[in-house]
Design a protein around this ligand. Structure first.
Ligand code: ZN
Length: 209
């Protein structure tokens, strides 16, 4: 049976630090698709503001390219969470990034252990984001972080219901509307005029979606 597609009322934030990662992958998403991290300086400011980069650090063009590639690969993996096919290239890209990263265990005040990235520059910033992924995987929240299935949107959202395909009802309605218009146009071409309209509305026993 075909899975029923659902939408959340509006895009939901992710729990805890996972929200930081969601915000990062949304820096070039949404209908406006405005790139917020277009230069090393913009990326550096964004990371510093969120405690992901030291105040006196400056990023190079290569480091900027690494971060943008990591964002693209993370987005590909989040699309898989929403029913997209596997993307070995994205996994490989992140694996290559991990090769250059070093993590050291740190003991927290409550006795728990966490792994802190100790590589310099952008590797530390991206290492912190990947450490968030590791924690979210253990908590079961990682697979609920998804990319909206509307290709014109692409916003990363946290699926609080566990069944959502679209980040909001607005996206769900738009996709259904486009599908309806394509279906209507196609049937009108095939059958013409009122018969086509009847077919779309299921008046000939067909099922309109
Ligand atoms: Zn959306």
């Amino acid at each position: 049976m075909r899975r029923k597609r659902r939408a959340l009322r509006k895009p939901q934030p992710a729990p805890g630090k996972l929200e930081k990662l969601r915000t990062f992958v949304n820096t070039a998403a949404g209908r406006r698709k405005r790139e917020e991290l277009g230069t090393p300086a913009e990326l550096g400011r964004w990371f510093k503001h969120r405690g992901l980069l030291g105040d006196d650090e400056k990023l190079t063009l290569d480091e900027h390219a690494s971060a943008i590639a990591a964002r693209r690969n993370l987005r590909s993996i989040l699309a898989v969470h929403n029913g997209g096919g596997p993307n070995p290239e994205a996994v490989e890209g992140l694996a290559e990034l991990l090769v250059g990263m070093r993590f050291e265990p740190r003991l927290e005040a409550d006795g728990s252990v966490r792994f802190e990235p100790v590589s310099p520059g952008i590797l530390a910033s991206l290492g912190k984001l990947l450490a968030i992924v590791a924690v979210a995987q253990n908590a079961g929240s990682w697979r609920r972080l998804k990319i909206c299935a509307d290709p014109e949107c692409g916003t990363a959202f946290y699926d609080t219901s566990g069944k959502a395909t679209w980040c909001s009802t607005r996206c769900g309605d738009r996709v259904r509307g486009r599908k309806f218009r394509r279906s209507y146009k196609g049937r009108r071409l095939r059958t013409g005029g009122r018969e086509g309209l009847a077919a779309v509305f299921g008046l000939e026993g067909g099922q309109a979606e």
